[in-house]
Design a protein around this ligand. Structure first.
Ligand code: ADP
Ligand code: ZN
Length: 639
């Protein structure tokens, strides 16, 4: 049931949107011709129905009998009125017509008729009428064609594509003029992007070795953290054109339009390669196709086209596709496959230093008065993103102008901080002091349990800067080597680490907060797996009580056991969690002083590294060497 792969097969099916404009003109032409033919036929039959068709002999008979009253000689026929008809009132007269024998001498005939006393009408315009007719038809055809063409276009010609060039809002900048100097902080992201820049500078270096070049990278982060800015900076650093389009521009009302825009975008980019293609809000097109998030056929078609274009372009041409999203979890797995957007670059909310740098970048061109202390502003704006800070600086400058001052002072910055950040987004981005303390203790709780437990992986980073995922802080554990197996002990340690956050809250503040919801969820899932799938509980032993249903979608397991067993499993899971929580509380209570020390340090610095944490832990271990414990020096080496 590999849905991803199944969907990938679609990538070669090109929607035929782009071929339609030709058909469009053709349709208009066809309609025109049909209308003209129909029209002339109707005209002809209306004209003919006025006359009765006779044979030429009938005409000659009438002529010999002296029965003709009037004759009108056309280039191709003779229309004549007999004497009987001529005697009737004009409304009831009915003329006859007959063809002219080819090669006949019209002039002689006319003369003869005239001599017989018949009125001969010779329409004067007759000779021109053929030309006139052809001309009028030509004019009619042209006019009709234009109208038809316009109509078909209006009725959906847009959807039929080919006009994407003007409508797709494909937006190219020859030179973005933005470099990494304009992007404050984000060092990890810059580092990951450095390789792409190098590749755009000299692709030969990579192709010579035979390395496959990266085609795309996904920038993931909260709105306003500088994803677009980073993408532009990559183009600026590499000195290549920058194409940018928003995912929502692709998704149009008409099926096939998005696909044709994607094709158009890549065609334009191929012409000026090397270049960067930046797709903002890629989740608008790249939404998973399993319909859980409400994808539709237009979006699917666009996505298929995007996949096929990404597969299709030669990386050696120097096209790099960057995409930005703040909802990576809803992206289609096919987009994230190797060879596509397989690199994920996290663009985090800035920490204290990052905020300070951002403020510096944005105040470069602004006159600041002596009293400005950007560090204070940076400290006050925990949780703010780059866009907020840029806005803050601008608001401060505007305020300074309003106040009639020549330079921005500290008060301007503080007041605009209140209006920009505290005023609008305080609830979700800036933490109160108490919340900050809680988060700090919570995260250190996780980290300390992890560090003190023997089997636990070392912590690489702890931060209380609100994170992209919505967590208020996080503890990043870094596995030293890739691991495929975990022992039961390791899993129990992981459980203790997971509940360590809540344990610290409980020990220090005596309260429980909602911040631990995700930890509890993960701990419960892990404990449940230990019981139902890994055979790690005393009560159920090796019996499996749940099966994984669709490994490639959500990997969720479903219980397949009796109701009583399921209730027993719940109890067992609860027991495991309780003992893990008790252990975590015991560990942290024993090391309460250490917990306080590190938490205070984290509160000041906001982000601390694993090394800094271990320095505290090791110093503590050296102070009170516990009997039987491993010497701290050895431990540092193993970190
Ligand atoms: P995103 O694409 O992540 O939503 P943008 O790149 O559009 O965010 O950022 C909006 C603005 O915020 C930028 O134009 C810039 O002025 C400012 N900004 C964001 N992050 C930074 C940063 N790291 N350094 C400097 N300015 C930043
Ligand atoms: Zn936690």
């Amino acid at each position: 049931m590999d849905f991803n792969r199944g969907n990938d097969n679609n990538k070669n099916k090109k929607p035929d949107g782009g071929d339609r404009p030709k058909g469009n003109v053709g349709t208009a032409l066809l309609i025109t011709v049909v209308i003209v033919l129909l029209f002339s036929w109707i005209l002809n039959s209306v004209e003919n129905s006025q006359y009765t068709l006779t044979t030429y002999s009938d005409f000659l008979d009438a002529m010999e009998a002296g029965n003709l009253a009037e004759v009108e000689m056309h280039y191709d026929r003779i229309i004549y009125l007999t004497k009987e008809e001529a005697a009737k009132p004009p409304a009831q007269q009915r003329a006859c017509y007959t063809g002219l024998p080819s090669g006949g001498d019209n002039l002689a005939l006319a003369e003869e008729l005239h001599n017989m006393g018949v009125t001969v009408n010779e329409p004067i315009v007759e000779d021109n009428s053929l030309i006139m007719m052809i001309l009028s038809y030509a004019v009619m055809i042209c006019g009709l064609f234009l109208v038809m063409n316009m109509l078909t276009k209006r009725m959906g010609g847009d959807a039929m594509g080919g006009f994407g060039k003007s409508k797709a809002k494909v937006y190219m900048e020859k030179q973005t003029g933005v470099t990494f100097k304009d992007v404050a902080g984000q060092d990890e992201a810059k580092e990951s992007l450095q390789e792409i820049i190098d590749f755009l500078h000299n692709p030969q270096k990579y192709t010579a070795i035979g390395a496959k070049l990266p085609k795309g990278a996904l920038l993931v982060g909260s709105p306003g953290t500088g994803k677009t800015l980073l993408a532009k900076a990559v183009a600026g650093e590499a000195n290549v054109p920058f194409f940018s389009i928003s995912g929502s521009d692709f998704v149009e009302m008409f099926v096939g339009m998005g696909a044709s825009r994607v094709r158009d975008l890549f065609q334009q980019a191929a012409k000026v390669a090397p270049c960067i293609i930046f797709i903002d809000e890629i989740d608008a097109v790249g939404r998973s196709r399993d319909n859980r998030y409400g994808s539709n056929s237009e979006q699917e078609q666009t996505l298929n086209q995007l996949l096929s274009e990404i597969d299709g372009f030669e990386p050696s041409k120097g096209i790099v596709c960057l995409a930005a999203t703040n909802r990576p979890e809803i992206l289609d797995k096919a987009l994230l496959r190797p060879g596509r957007f397989d690199r994920r670059i996290i663009v985090d909310r800035p920490n204290l230093q990052g905020r300070l740098d951002t403020l510096k970048v944005h105040t470069r061109k602004i006159k600041l008065s002596e009293d400005v202390d950007l560090r204070k502003i940076a400290q006050a704006t925990a949780g703010a993103v780059g866009a907020d800070l840029a806005n803050l600086v601008n608001e401060a400058a505007l305020r300074a102008v309003r106040m009639g001052r020549q330079a921005v002072n500290q008060e301007d910055l503080l007041v605009s901080f209140e209006t920009v950040i505290a005023g609008t987004e305080k609830k979700n981005t800036v933490l109160t002091d108490m919340e900050k303390r809680l988060v700090a203790y919570h995260e250190v709780g996780h980290a300390l349990v992890a560090a003190l437990e023997k089997h636990s992986q070392p912590v690489s980073k702890i931060t209380i800067v609100p994170h992209t995922s919505g967590a208020l802080g996080y503890t990043m554990q870094m596995p030293e080597e890739e691991k495929f197996l975990s022992t039961a002990d390791e899993l129990r340690t992981e459980l203790r680490t997971l509940v360590g956050g809540r344990a610290a809250e409980q020990i220090v503040f005596g309260i429980q907060t909602t911040g631990a919801a995700n930890d509890i969820q993960r701990a419960t899932a892990l404990a449940r797996n230990m019981v139902t799938q890994y055979g790690m509980s005393d009560k159920f032993g090796l019996m499996t009580t749940a099966t994984v249903q669709n490994q490639y979608l959500d990997g969720q397991a479903y219980m397949d056991c009796s109701q009583e067993t399921a209730a027993g499993v719940d109890k067992e899971v609860m027991g495991i969690l309780e003992s893990a929580y008790a252990d975590a509380k015991r560990i942290l209570t024993e090391k309460r002083a250490l917990l306080d020390e590190i938490s205070e340090f984290l509160l000041v610095k906001e982000t601390i590294t694993g090394d800094e944490l271990m320095a505290y832990v090791n110093a503590d271990a050296n102070r009170l060497p516990a009997p039987g414990e491993e010497p701290p020096a050895e431990r540092t080496e193993s970190m």
